[in-house]
Structures are given as structure tokens and as C-alpha cells.
Design a protein. Structure first.
Length: 117
């Protein structure tokens, strides 16, 4: 089985002048046919009460493999695949960030794949 690994590195300000660094590692199984694509995982904060509307709009977008509402710091986890980084950039800046109700996004680009034995 093939796997993608995604590493997020995010600096957060906890108190004025005090920075902390968060690392999150996720493993995701993927099929053979998707290996020539750029894969990314987008985490989005959504305005209160807009969850259903944002999810409905995100699911319509080309490139979205899965969109999952989540509890916690981020309200939505979106798995996407594109032919190249330019398509991913256009998706983030021209599509998902322009949806009414999306407050903030964090993008995790998968950088390598692993095969299980």
C-alpha cells in the first residue's frame, strides 16, 4: 500500500512576543493513479453558523477529493489533488479563500510517499 505523509509547520503567537511552533504529521493512504499529482490538505476556520454553507460550496470545487467537517481549532479538513503547484495556488487564493464564511486557512502539502511492505 502507498502512503502520503504531510507535515505542517506553523508558528503561533501565544502571548505578546512569545512564539510557539506546532508540528502535525498525518499519514494518508492513496491509490496508485494519484501519484503524479500534487496533494494537499487544507484546514479552514469557518465563521460560526456558516459551516453547512461553506461545506456545500467547497464540495462543488474541482480538485476536492474529500471535505470533512471537524471539531477543534479548524472547522473543515479538505483533501485536494492538482496537476501542479500553480493549480493549487489558484485553488487556495481564487476559490477557497473567497468563499463567504471562510475566515482562515492552513495548507499542508504532501512532500513524500511511503510504501508499506
Amino acid at each position: 500500500m502507498k502512503w502520503l505523509i504531510a507535515l505542517e509547520h506553523q508558528t503561533q503567537i501565544r502571548k505578546r512576543g512569545e512564539a510557539g511552533v506546532t508540528f502535525i504529521i498525518n499519514l494518508y493512504p492513496v491509490s496508485e493513479r494519484r501519484f503524479n499529482l500534487i496533494h494537499a490538505f487544507i484546514l479552514a476556520k469557518v465563521e460560526s453558523g456558516k459551516d453547512d454553507e461553506v461545506l456545500k460550496e467547497v464540495k462543488k470545487l474541482a480538485g476536492v477529493q474529500h471535505a470533512t467537517p471537524t471539531y477543534g481549532v479548524y472547522d473543515l479538513h479538505v483533501d485536494v489533488s492538482f496537476k501542479n503547484k500553480d493549480e493549487l495556488d489558484r485553488f487556495i487564493f481564487d476559490k477557497i479563500r473567497r468563499i463567504a464564511g471562510v475566515i482562515e486557512t492552513v495548507t499542508l502539502i504532501a512532500f513524500t510517499r511511503y510504501e508499506s511492505e
